[in-house]
Design a protein around this ligand. Structure first.
Ligand code: HEC
Ligand code: HEC
Length: 312
């Protein structure tokens, strides 16, 4: 009976620490920010636009800077040259209609600095302007709605986690563990393959460094490698930071990206795949370990009883 009481006390305090004290301490150390579920409520939903009008407008305006590879539109310049002109390589637009929320997309095309919450980096009179033009000054809202409708009409509906990461984050963030063999990794200018010759590998690295120099100048700092970020930051931090970076780091250079909730899940999945590929396996191990502990405890108690019985 006595050992059962001791067991009960031990179990009680373990459970209290695990579910009570630790989460409480955690919540005190990391502030909890209410997210907006990736709905961007302040941005109005665009009306249904005219797809063929949208195609004309995109051809006349957007492909001067953006590639649309699914439509056979190549990038007007390579990533490093683009970063010298714009600070960053404009993302491919093939799947923008699926990756970004429609109301955010319309607001971004109308005024990129305002929608992505980095207007503070381009104050009036400073001579600095966002590298992408604010089309709200040049065309009516119906035209912007048509552009959004066109982008939605050409976008694949189902994207892989990596496809979302590349178009939404990949122009700014590297991921050095994203590779199947040593030497491969994601860089801001694309996937670095495993090269046969050291000379080719170095030539690639020099391009990455040139790009990073331009990016650093544009952002004011080099965005961090995201391979291990899931270990460093909580789910709540990531969710609210990616939805609106200013809520967590006031004055940060990272723009809001305008993902849909689904795209956000995909990005997290990708970060999980590269940073911790064995997590699903470990999670499923957890329950077996608990079961093992319980069975072990029962046997330990039975064994102790039988030993003591003989002694009395
Ligand atoms: C003069 C070059 C230029 C033109 C023209 C241009 N863009 Fe961009 N666009 C950029 C740059 C540069 C970025 C990346 C900015 C950044 O990440 O800070 C960008 C980013 C974007 C993004 C990503 C938004 C996000 O939240 O990540 C979308 C979508 C986009 N542009 C759509 C368009 C559309 C649609 C048009 C045509 C109506 C267009 N762009 C015209 C330069 C341009
Ligand atoms: C236009 C460039 C740009 C894009 C696009 C971008 N980021 Fe960032 N990101 C930055 C910069 C700059 C920082 C550094 C911010 C700082 O320290 O103020 C940053 C920081 C971060 C951090 C670290 C925050 C911290 O301090 O722990 C995370 C996480 C992050 N970004 C995730 C993402 C994800 C996920 C995406 C795509 C959905 C993305 N970023 C898209 C520029 C970008």
């Amino acid at each position: 009976m006595r050992e059962l009481k001791i067991l009960a006390v031990v179990v009680f305090f373990s459970v209290l620490t695990y579910w009570g004290v630790e989460p409480f301490a955690h919540s005190q150390m990391h502030k909890h920010v209410e997210g907006g579920n990736f709905e961007y409520k302040t941005m109005p939903k665009p009306v249904d636009g005219n797809v063929s009008k949208g195609k004309e407008l995109v051809t006349a305006n957007c492909i001067a800077c953006h590639s649309i590879t699914s439509q056979g539109v190549a990038a007007p310049m390579d990533a490093v040259t683009a970063s010298a002109s714009y600070g960053v390589n404009p993302p491919d637009l093939s799947n923008a209609g699926t990756i970004f929320a429609s109301n955010y997309l319309a607001a971004f095309i109308a005024d990129p600095a305002k929608a992505s919450n980095v207007a503070h980096k381009f104050p009036e009179g400073s001579g600095k302007v966002h590298p992408m033009p604010a089309y709200g000054m040049m065309m009516p809202a119906e035209d912007i709605a048509s552009i959004v409708s066109y982008l939605k009409s050409i976008a694949k509906k189902e994207l892989t986690p990596k496809e979302v990461f590349v178009d939404a984050c990949g122009r700014c963030h590297a991921a050095r563990y994203d590779g199947k063999v040593l030497g491969e990794k994601w860089t801001q200018i694309g996937q670095k393959p495993k090269f046969k010759y050291e000379k080719e590998s170095l030539a690639f690295d020099i391009q990455v460094l040139d790009y990073q120099t331009n990016l650093n100048k544009y952002m004011g700092k080099l965005p961090p490698d995201l391979s291990m970020i899931l270990r460093a930051r909580s789910e709540n931090f990531l969710e609210t930071f990616i939805e609106n970076p200013q809520t967590q780091l006031a004055g940060t250079a990272m723009p809001a990206v305008g993902l849909t909730g689904e795209s956000y899940e995909k990005v997290v999945q990708h970060l999980q795949n590269i940073g911790d590929p064995s997590k699903p396996e470990r999670d499923s191990m957890g329950i077996w370990f608990l079961l093992y502990s319980v069975i072990f405890a029962v046997f330990a108690i039975l064994w102790k009883r039988s030993v003591w019985k003989k002694l009395h």
